[in-house]
Design a protein around this ligand. Structure first.
Ligand code: SF4
Length: 235
């Protein structure tokens, strides 16, 4: 019998590590990396997860068993549902997120911030929404209107992160700040200089600090946090 999308999903890997980005940096989490993404960022550090389909088919029971196994080895604060784009697997998340909560693990959603209706369906089950605001210079696409609606769904649980590269522009940064102001100046905004990857460079430090000061003048919680996995040598 063929399983439905709620009962199985494409998963690339499941592992235990420390959260390496954003406001929960250093927290131990179980990472569930889904396969498939609706964007194609030029700085993507998991390019193997972009194709649809990618990863192996995991039924719900197999994923639960693997999470249990990892959770028994040491305490974890949350399951990080990541990818790829986890919201491409919304029906599956609908099934496994309530179970993770019952199991005592928070639901930490790492998303590219474009799948609005899926977040509306799952917002109540999420404890943290770690959302990217994608710049057109990195994706080749304008996703401002999706990001605006996405930020409005569960702003009290959301923080936004922008990966800044040597192609990020001042006009894009002004647009990011306007977007945040339009929803709430209380939502944390993280500036994350891109990790040097495949010849794509990070933003120049002086420009990054300029962006930081501009945002800090208009928003209440602005932080500059690099990606720590490569520094710590973690997966
Ligand atoms: S949204 Fe994330 S997974 Fe998708 S291409 Fe961009 S960085 Fe990679």
């Amino acid at each position: 019998m063929k399983l439905s999308d709620a009962e199985q999903a494409r998963v690339v890997e499941v592992f235990s590590s420390l959260q390496g980005e954003g406001v929960h940096l250093g927290q131990r989490q179980v990472f569930v990396r889904f396969g498939g993404c609706n964007l194609h960022c030029d700085y993507c550090d998991e390019p193997g997860t972009i194709p649809i389909p990618s990863g192996d088919v995991w039924p719900v029971h197999k994923l639960k068993a693997r999470i249990e196994e990892l959770a028994k080895e040491r305490p974890h604060a949350a399951v990080s549902w990541t990818g790829g784009e986890p919201l491409l697997h919304a029906e599956f998340l609908q099934k496994v997120m309530p179970w993770a909560r019952e199991r005592g693990l928070k639901n930490y959603l790492e998303t590219n911030g474009t799948r609005v209706s899926e977040l509306r369906a799952l917002g109540a089950l999420c404890d943290v929404v770690a959302m990217d605001i994608k710049l057109p210079s990195a994706t080749g696409r304008q996703t401002w209107s999706e990001h605006l609606e996405f930020l409005r769904v569960v702003p009290e649980k959301t923080f936004a992160k922008v990966v800044l590269t040597d192609r990020s522009t001042e006009a894009e940064w002004r647009q990011v700040i306007r977007l945040m102001q339009e929803v709430s100046t209380n939502i944390p905004l993280i500036l994350q200089p891109a990790t040097d990857f495949a010849g794509r460079g990070p933003i120049a430090p002086a420009l990054c600090l300029k962006f930081f000061k501009q945002a800090q003048a208009l928003l209440k919680d602005v932080r500059l946090i690099p990606q720590f996995h490569p520094i710590w040598g973690l997966p």
